[in-house]
Design a protein around this ligand. Sequence first.
Ligand code: ARG
Ligand code: GLU
Length: 723
Amino acid sequence: MKYLKHLFLILCLSIVSLVKAEEGMWLPLLLEKMNEKHMKSLGMKMSAKDIYSINSGSLKDAIVSFNGGCTGEIISSKGLILTNHHCGFDAIQNHSTLDHNYIRDGFWAANYGQEIPNQGMFVTFIVRIEDVSKQTLNGVTPSMTESERQSTIDKNISEIRKTAKKETYQDGFVRGFFEGNQYYMFITETFRDIRLVGAPPSSIGNFGKDTDNWMWPRHTGDFSMFRIYAGKDNKPTNAYSADNIPYTPKRSLSISLDGVAEGDFTLVFGFPGRTTQYLQSAAVEQIMTVNDPAKIAIREKALNVIDGFMRKDEQIKIQYAAKYAGIQNSYKKWQGEVLGLTSTNALNKKKTYEAEFQKRVNANPQWKAAYGNLLGDLEAAYAEIKPYGYARDYYNEIASKIELLTMGGWMNSLVTSYEKDGEKGYNQRLEQVKYQLGSLYDEYNSTVDQKLYEVLIKMYLEDQDAKYQSPLLRDIAGKRGNDYAKMAADLFAEVDLDNREATKARLEKPAAEVVNYYKSNPVVLLYKDMVNSYSTTVTKNLNDVQARVNKMNRSYMQAQIDVFREKTFYPDANSTLRVTYGKVKGYNPRDAVKYDHYTYLDGVMDKYKPADYEFDVPEKLRSLYQAKDYGQYGANGKMPVCFIAMNHTTGGNSGSPALDAYGNLVGLNFDRVWEGTMSDINYDPSICRNIMVDIRYVLFVVDKYAGASHLIKEMKLVHPKKK
Ligand code: ARG
Ligand code: GLU
């Protein structure tokens, strides 16, 4: 009996370690082979072919990569797209004026004619995915240098793309997976006439702003709607045209009005950007102790400066809101990442895994010869990278926050274009610079920038090794006794690049005169010296070690696949179409605290602070709440708002659909919980959760709040649980 019990326990334990439940971002074309069984065991009621098929319509035909960085999905037979508010924000902001403030008030087109075109916006469908590893790696040998290898691969890829079967209006690209051990081709269809259909006011679409960002419990209705327009033949066009018509998609998602319960299966389909799950432990340790802390410290200083001005000045508050949110987003995420890696003992887990790896490798002579020294070599290489990585983070974070230096860079590019390509090159570049300057100045305040310069240049000169610093900057500081305030004041007094009118007037002058002026401009000289010292003392060395590390990582990745046969590996995110799945579930963020999986409109009202920048609630929403007027969208007298699940997502999954066991739309992904943002490096089922808006809240806002019931009529609403 005792023996049996023991056996049973061992069996259970080994099953648990084999089925690493909800972790993973899977390639849609491999689901049938790798995941279908597991997905069904978690409650999925459809087949892998329903999700991805190239022979018949499948759910993938309703998913788009939205404007490069986000995901969107088709929710009507008239090409209506749903994505996040923060993914459509640029467009919403661009169309906003003082009279038509769509950020503050929301926007709803009453008919096709009112839908607003967006220059440059695009969405991309994935027509099919093909394994092209063999063709891509044809001619690649182990003795090649990294650059020889890359040029062989590039040549192969261009051949593959040329000969790929596709229509004239389609395109194709090839991407590396598993550190370049495998390659897949994606045949795509890109539409470039995308019009804004609707967006809630930001007091709904971005409710809770930065305070609530990355947080659970969450109460944000983070959605907006667009429409794809196609030519009369329903094919993509290269730009907006008044003659274009709403696109008739191959597939649109049905929308469930039944919501989800704890334990329900959910699937998130989209374009996750970048993860690094297979790093050696020394690399993870460096992220936790060197890189994240450095970036956090710099951003904290920058945010303090900007926040100080935003609180005192309404104009600055408007100008810097988007910039502040952008800087704050990663700042907060990295903090959560360090916290989560620490609290889940990620480092120890990695080390245990590596010990097991080494043990298995040592036991097999062939593996031992090929992989025996890998871990040690990687560790040594990461030790080499450390100072350069820190210097890189310092340079990138600081240089990008001081906009005067950004402008110095642009002016320098005018000089180099002129010197290289004469007036013609200059004029081409000038057009771009003028455009870039225009949008920079719109959101620019010289006093804020001067303070940023003071505070960040101090960090640049005091917190890193002198050998990575700009000699010119050290000299300037030395002459002023390291008085950074004086340094900043002197520079900003000496130049007028921070002055829109002066710069605009100067750029009207003849090319030779402009070039002559900027050639010796103190900002341009400083910019050049910083870039120059950075590239000679940091980039060069970093690239050299990184090339070796990449090669070893490719080998380590293949080794892990060879050695851990019992494990199913998924490739790191690389902005290609993936499926993640899991269960709806709450979590324990810390000792004695338990979070539910659902939030309700009651919670919005609990957070409500009249006239507050982050937590104001529109009058109409308050009265709908008072009247409990939720129409067909409420559940048991309450209005669901957001929910969480164990789906493994990352940046780029914003706007991804959350689907139920049958493939109906139940939610819209927009964030992760703070404690679990380390899922990019080491997913842990105990605290990693993605955050979605309940689709019923989206429909309620469209229908009841905005009165845009004509949009609801386009959609297909279903009741899968009331069959
Ligand atoms: N954290 C989410 C993401 O990484 C949402 C960001 C936009 N929202 C915000 N309040 N900044 O993109
Ligand atoms: N908000 C993120 C995005 O823009 C998604 C959240 C995440 O990183 O998981 O893609």
